[in-house]
Write a protein that binds this ligand. Structure first.
Ligand code: SF4
Length: 617
């Protein structure tokens, strides 16, 4: 079998003990890899009721079978565990080059248990691993610690670093983990989980290779897929303007949230914050993750003015919204500064910007005042207070200590009706795509297993007409602001997106390929006999049900599969909202869930998950 190293490092930080483990071969085919295998390990071996920041909650870092091959878009890996932000299943995938290096060092993943007595980092050099003292690194930001560790472990292959910043150390519940400065496991607070273990970084160097099982077929497939990706329109837009290419089109289609999700499209904002402006004023060069022909990453610099930055990773579309449109700030240099501060501190820019926009609205409505903000006036259109709040959140100073708990908890603490202005699902702040314009996204946000999620399904690409997968029943055009037929569309797109995530394939690359291409990538890499599109979708269903079962054990029920009030409020008199009753009813039937939102016994049996039925009762 190709695609797997058949070895997972298992580190008990409390005992400073390093062991080696693995999962059964049949589970590799059933759960693919990445978050699928991590979820299986989590359910089988760990205490699901443990506090997310306790030593009993593991941090599981996993690659997929495609990670480290030279097929396009195969850089990714994932950090998983119980989320400190949401209290349910948490996971956050990351691009860059760490995952490929980990595979080349001979490992499919690393499980961290317990908590280290003092700050430490893990050094992996091929088969050799050791825990080292990180006392001198504690308190450093992600850019600093990356530079220090690369310099300390130089010689031979360049070391790849996956590290937390001060936000993770301070247990900010939406802290992320950064790989080599420009790539992040941002969502669901995996940086706080890592910080709770006093684990500052993982450094890896590997000299091996990732050979596919079917080498001859692999070669031809690789060439064909790279050509296909290069010729695809979405890839060309991403290469030219990065993910912020979505700003102009999104403004036209009412995808972009404005003023904490309350304003209709504003073309002045997109004209100032979109990909063309980023390219024209600040772009130095483009950059890509390992083995990616698209190269959507931006390297930018603000050379002068109050928001001067070093040359470094540019903001993604989501960040241009959270620190731009969401607070009515149209100064892109300010957004770039906010991005740099979040990257250094190790903060998820979606949750951080969203919680700040929420605070702006609470300030406007008098729910909080200057007495609560250490004198800061949170005025729409002004980025400076947001920049100060980023630091206060990172250090948990003043109101930052409240906002660091995430918007759901902050609303409880603020009271006075603040929860009316929340835009989160299951505690995870929504990404920057408005479901009032695309109803399938509304269903996706409501039922995704990690909370409001735009990445574990292909809905965004399908509903916006960028991608189509006719061989699995996903056609090329769906009307965005309609709910009819969306449950069926979403279900299939989820069955396709979940294995994309588990295989650790970049979703932008899958957006340029067919479902058959994707199944072929897995088949030639692993050598799984007769692995085809049907089995691909079955694996998506199985992994989704596995994660849904984990959440059910943690208390998630039908009432949690919902959209917040704000997203069910039309933006104008003519505006419409997703028909959640219809879509949820249809989705529950299609997915085989009971009236409480749990997978039915027969559903689990049919998906090959008989062994976990007893866990849900
Ligand atoms: S498309 Fe962008 S995010 Fe995806 S692998 Fe390529 S460079 Fe990385």
């Amino acid at each position: 079998m190709g695609g797997y190293k058949n070895r997972i490092l298992e580190i008990d930080l409390s005992a400073s003990r390093i062991e080696v483990t693995d999962v059964a071969d049949e589970d590799k085919r059933r759960f693919i890899g990445g978050s699928g295998i991590a979820a299986k390990l989590f359910l089988d071996r760990f205490d699901l009721r443990a506090d997310p920041l306790s030593p009993d909650n593991p941090l599981i870092i996993m690659c997929g079978p495609l990670t480290g091959t030279a097929l396009p878009g195969t850089s990714r890996f994932v950090a998983c565990g119980k989320s400190p932000l949401t209290g349910i299943w948490g996971e956050s995938a990351c691009g860059g080059n760490f995952g490929a290096e980990l595979k080349m060092a001979g490992w499919d993943g690393v499980i961290f248990k317990g908590v280290s007595e003092k700050p430490c980092y893990l050094l992996i050099e091929d088969s050799h691993s050791q825990l080292l003292d990180a006392s001198d690194l504690w308190g450093k930001d992600i850019y600093q610690v990356t530079d220090i560790l690369k310099a300390r472990h130089k010689g031979g292959r360049h070391a790849k670093v996956f590290a937390i910043g001060r936000a993770g150390e301070n247990l900010v519940r939406f802290a992320g983990i950064g790989n080599d400065k420009g790539h992040f496991s941002g969502r669901t607070g995996m940086g706080a989980l890592m910080g709770s273990k006093r684990l500052k970084a993982i450094v890896v160097r590997g000299r091996g290779t990732c050979e596919p099982a079917l080498a001859d077929e692999y070669k031809g497939l690789r060439q064909a897929l790279i050509k296909k990706v290069n010729e695809a329109v979405p890839a060309q837009a991403l290469r030219q303007m990065g993910t912020d290419a979505g700003m102009d089109l999104g403004m036209m289609t009412q995808d972009v949230p404005i003023k904490n999700w309350t304003f209709p499209p504003d073309f002045d904002l997109s004209a100032n914050l979109g990909g063309p402006v980023l390219a024209e004023r600040y772009l130095k060069r483009v950059h890509s993750c390992y083995a990616c022909p698209i190269a959507c990453k931006r390297v930018i610099c603000v050379e002068d003015g109050p928001y001067r930055t070093e040359e470094g990773p540019g903001p993604e579309y989501e960040t241009c919204c959270t620190f731009g449109t969401m607070i009515l700030n149209k100064d892109l240099a300010g957004v770039i500064k906010a991005n740099e501060l979040c990257n250094r501190a190790g903060l998820d820019t979606i949750s951080c910007g969203s919680v700040i926009a929420f605070a702006y609205e609470c300030f406007e409505r008098g729910i909080i005042s200057k007495q609560d903000t250490d004198g800061l006036e949170l005025r729409w259109g002004e980025i400076d207070p947001a920049l100060k709040l980023i630091e206060m959140i990172t250090t948990r100073k003043g109101i930052g200590a409240i906002l660091a708990e995430g918007s759901r908890e902050a609303a409880k603490i603020f009271g006075k009706g603040a929860k009316e202005f929340l835009v989160e699902v299951k505690g995870l702040e929504a990404p920057m795509h408005d479901p009032r314009g695309f109803h399938g996204m509304g269903l996706a946000y409501a039922v995704s297993t990690r909370g409001a999620c735009h990445l574990q399904h292909m809905t965004l690409y399908i509903e916006q007409g960028m991608s189509a997968y006719p061989e699995v029943g996903l056609k090329s055009s769906y009307k965005g602001p309609l709910s009819d037929g969306k449950a069926q569309m979403y279900l299939i797109s989820e069955n396709l997106g979940v294995p994309c995530n588990s295989a650790c394939l970049c979703i932008f690359v899958l957006g340029c390929l067919s479902a058959t291409d994707f199944a072929d990538m897995l088949r030639v890499t692993t050598g799984f006999n007769h692995f085809d599109v049907r089995e691909l979708l079955e694996s998506g269903e199985r992994i989704n049900l596995l994660k849904r079962t984990i959440n059910a054990i943690m208390g998630i029920r039908r009432e949690h599969d919902r959209l917040p009030k704000r997203l069910l409020t039309p933006l104008s008199h003519e505006g419409c909202i997703p028909d959640m009753d219809l879509m949820l009813k249809e989705y529950y039937e299609l997915r085989g869930l009971d009236e409480m939102g749990r997978p039915k016994r027969g559903t689990l049996e049919a998906a090959g998950l008989k062994d976990i039925i007893s866990r849900i009762d």
